[in-house]
Design a protein around this ligand. Structure first.
Ligand code: TXA
Ligand code: MG
Length: 337
């Protein structure tokens, strides 16, 4: 990786600064309704390379391109199926990302050499303003170091990227808290590559056709060709402290030096999602020996929450009569669990 000049990172609320930085070919961290993104002009190859370097993200893991409105989809994507527009009418601007064939105007580096592009129309008013005023499409992966916890506030971005970016545009706490649903429309199939806030059921209601959750296929005999999204390969969203999944976190309450991620203190799964990454980060900062969490009900947005927990986890833990048993996560040859 090329050497990088260290900068003093400033938190700002100025849209003009953000627009200037983007048009200069610089990076800026900015808010979306899901999580904060590390943004750059998607048509500026050098700026895009700097995103990968800053996050220490491998070049094969492609970036989402954020557009200001639905009309722009045809400008950057090609052969767009009607289903994309049907869903966009319902859910965009919002936390839904469409994988479609890309036009050459999007540099290959954005999509990790694939001939496809991930398109999202974000809803947060600040990124909307930056998109409108700059007039360029904006690439923005989550504003965390590769594999780490996604930030949901300007302060959390600072913890991840201090000294690595000039400015963080402060848009307060993200309203949703987990990343967008990524859905692919290639080869006449509709596949959810990453579950998110928009659920399979919600999309099925609009389209009235089969939608596959990529994970459904991965239980047995998964082949290389089943890896649809490079981002599915790795362990993700991970704290520095080992996170273990367990059936009942209450059993660990008497243990010293164990951090407990207790979802039962929230009334709804929406609230669990909003707080998931920031709670995990707060526990991580306390330097426990390990953190325990249970999964939530695998319904609606619970599917996305469980996906993030599973990817963040080191393994499972069981409270036996005589001992605590740690079961490391088994990684199969595709790197998935
Ligand atoms: O909510 C979100 O989606 C946030 C905000 C900032 O917009 N962004 C985000 O970006 O989560 P990132 O880069 O952390 O995750 C994007 C995911 C990755 O898993 C990546 O592999 C996948 O989308 N992806 C991007 N382009 C793709 C493509 N052409 N084909 C398949 N997967 C793609
Ligand atoms: Mg990410």
């Amino acid at each position: 990786m090329a050497s990088r000049k260290k900068s003093t990172t400033k938190i700002t609320k100025s849209i003009n600064i953000a627009v200037k930085e983007i048009l200069k070919g610089n990076l800026i961290a900015l808010p979306t309704e899901t999580v904060y993104g590390l943004a750059a002009d998607a048509t500026n190859e050098e700026a895009i390379i700097r995103i990968f370097e800053t996050k220490e993200r491998p070049f094969f893991d492609p970036l989402i391109v954020h557009l200001k409105n639905i009309k722009e989809i045809n400008k950057y994507g090609t052969d767009i199926p009607d289903d994309v527009f049907k869903l966009a009418k319902e859910f965009s601007p919002g936390p839904l990302t469409y994988i479609v064939r890309k036009k050459p105007i999007i540099p290959d580096i954005v999509s990790g050499g694939l001939d496809t592009v991930a398109i999202r129309i974000p809803a947060h008013p600040m990124i909307q303003k930056v998109l409108h005023k700059s007039g360029v499409p904006i690439s923005a992966p989550s504003a965390n170091m590769f594999g780490r916890i996604s930030p949901t506030s300007a302060e959390d971005v600072l913890k991840e990227l201090k000294g690595r970016v000039n400015y963080i545009l402060d848009g307060g706490q993200c309203e949703i808290g987990i990343e967008s649903t990524v859905v692919s429309f290639l080869d006449d199939e509709i596949k959810i590559l990453r579950p998110g806030y928009i659920t399979k059921d919600q999309m099925q209601k609009v389209l009235r056709k089969k939608i596959i959750l990529a994970r459904d296929k991965t239980r047995k005999g998964r082949h290389k060709k089943d890896i649809f999204s490079p981002g599915m390969l790795k362990s993700h969203y991970a704290p520095q402290t080992p996170l273990y999944l367990t059936d009942d976190v209450k059993e660990f309450e008497s243990q010293r030096n164990v951090g407990i991620l207790d979802h039962s203190r929230y009334d709804s799964l929406e609230d669990v999602a909003i707080n998931l990454f920031s709670d995990l980060r707060t526990l991580d900062e306390k330097k426990f020996a390990y953190i325990v969490s249970s999964k939530v009900k695998d319904k609606g947005i619970g599917v996305a929450i469980n996906d993030r927990l599973q990817k963040a986890a080191t393994g499972r833990v069981k409270m036996g009569k005589w001992e605590i048993r740690f079961i490391e996560k088994k990684v199969n040859k595709d790197g998935d669990v």
